[in-house]
Design a protein around this ligand. Structure first.
Ligand SMILES: Cc1cc2nc3c(=O)[nH]c(=O)nc-3n(C[C@H](O)[C@H](O)[C@H](O)COP(=O)(O)OP(=O)(O)OC[C@H]3O[C@@H](n4cnc5c(N)ncnc54)[C@H](O)[C@@H]3O)c2cc1C
Length: 411
């Protein structure tokens, strides 16, 4: 079994798609698996050199900082600025998942000419429930991609093509996509020059596409009749909204769509993730919930994002966007992150016992380096850690982690 197959079989693949781009055409291709996740399928043997690159960059193999970071917060990673705010443009704020800040940053980067395009995920043009990589060059493109898409995406499968353009671009992706690209940039300085900004969002995990099927069924919408579909946005938290070709519209609130359905379809790798907060990005946004215990109170409000500047590059970009009037934000204390994102706090604290349990069950796990997991785990306490390790062990033994059948290639 080659490395890609080992990662997939052990349930460690995040679906980022980088391996497809590292291989030569036809060697590795992302497909939608029968379990509803995007997974690489090896069509032809790939070289030792490709395997070495994959071993160094695949977020199913390893995720870690290249060096120890000053001022590293064990729970929240590198922090140079913590604020709460929103896009000043009302349309961007409304279309965005929380406060539209990621979209506002992308629009600024394009309109200021700092980048030629933004590589980001949007609804597929041919199937509204699938995701595909979009090259955004205008504000309208960015707004088309705004809002969270709670379904598999493999934005890095096209990295080779993006780099071949020779243009400078910003990348927006899930924390695992960004960790993979950061690792690749660490080995290829010219790529780091071409991709000056990595943006991400806090991520609770990627649900199977079957979660979306279940959601549509619960909403009463018909998949084959679907014209557009969004999971969130257009308000905060906003509704999941399916519109059929005949004009019939179906909605469901975030509590029922994410809490009741989608959140129950997460891929295994996300359950042992130590980087739900996007530690490798320049800037990360999340929901700055006003509700209790990190969960919204479901009163619809004007959106507000939690904004973390993680690098000097990210801090400087935020300052420029602020000065240009693209976002409005105000400082938050680090403790407030825990109140808004208690789920992410637990994930960081429990990642080590969960990934150790995966190793015991599968003989393989994702290695986490320099993420402060020793200290984070000690804050979780021994009983909680053991309980979680046991739960993960049973899951890793019992759940179907990989499926060999696959359907047509998809984004
Ligand atoms: C799977 C998933 C899980 C999430 N879990 C959490 C969480 O636990 N806590 C939390 O606070 N926030 C979570 N979010 C993020 C949150 O919903 C908002 O995206 C975040 O607050 C940023 O909001 P914004 O208004 O600034 O972003 P927007 O301006 O709406 O921009 C969103 C950006 O995310 C990109 N995007 C959307 N879906 C995907 C996808 N599937 N793959 C790659 N890129 C995508 C879009 O291309 C766009 O650039 C999650 C999002 C996703 C997609």
């Amino acid at each position: 079994m080659n490395l890609v197959e080992k990662v997939v079989t052990a349930g460690l693949c995040t679906g980022c798609g980088l391996c497809e781009s590292l291989g030569n055409p036809g060697e590795i291709t992302m497909h939608m698996s029968s379990l509803g996740y995007l997974r690489p399928v090896v069509g032809r043997a790939f070289s030792k050199e490709v395997e070495t690159e994959i071993a160094a960059c695949c977020p199913g193999v390893e995720v870690g900082h290249a060096e120890g970071l000053d001022g590293y917060n064990v729970n929240w990673g590198p922090l140079r600025g913590v604020t709460g705010g929103h896009a000043t443009d009302p349309e961007t704020r409304r279309q965005g998942s929380s406060g539209g800040v990621l979209s506002a940053l992308c629009i600024y980067l394009l309109e200021s000419g700092e980048v030629d395009f933004v590589a980001q995920v949007a609804a597929s043009k041919s199937d509204p429930i699938l995701n595909e990589l979009q090259i955004s060059r205008t504000r309208a493109d960015v707004l088309r991609a705004a809002g969270s898409r709670y379904a598999p995406s493999s934005p890095l499968r096209s990295l080779r093509d993006l780099l071949a353009t020779g243009e400078r671009f910003a990348f927006v992706g899930k924390p695992c996509d960004v960790a993979a690209l950061r690792a690749y940039m660490g080995r290829h300085a010219e790529v780091a020059m071409q991709v000056p900004y990595l943006l991400s969002f806090m991520c609770a995990g990627i649900p199977s596409i079957h979660g979306t099927h279940e959601l549509l069924m619960a909403m009463g919408a018909r998949l084959e009749q679907l014209s557009t579909f969004r999971y969130r946005g257009d308000g905060w938290p906003g509704m999941a909204r399916a519109v059929q070709h005949d004009g019939a519209t179906f909605e469901m609130d975030y509590n029922r769509s994410w809490g009741g359905i989608l959140g129950k379809h997460l891929q295994f790798r996300c359950k042992i993730c130590a980087d739900g907060t996007g530690e490798f990005a320049d800037i990360v946004c999340a929901d700055a919930w006003y509700g209790k215990d990190g969960y919204p109170d479901f009163e619809e409000r004007a959106g507000r994002s939690l904004i973390l500047a993680r690098t000097a590059v990210g801090e400087a970009l935020l300052e420029r966007v602020r000065s240009a009037g693209g976002i409005e934000d105000e400082s938050l204390a680090i403790d407030e992150i825990s109140a808004m994102q208690p789920y992410q706090l637990d994930r960081k604290r429990l990642a080590a016992p969960r990934s150790l349990a995966t190793f015991l069950a599968q003989g393989r796990t994702t290695k986490y380096r320099r993420l402060g997991l020793g200290k984070a785990t000690s804050e979780a306490g021994i009983v909680t850690s053991l309980r979680n390790a046991w739960g993960t062990f049973r899951r890793a033994k019992g759940e179907p982690l990989a499926a060999c059948k696959h359907s047509e290639p998809d984004a």
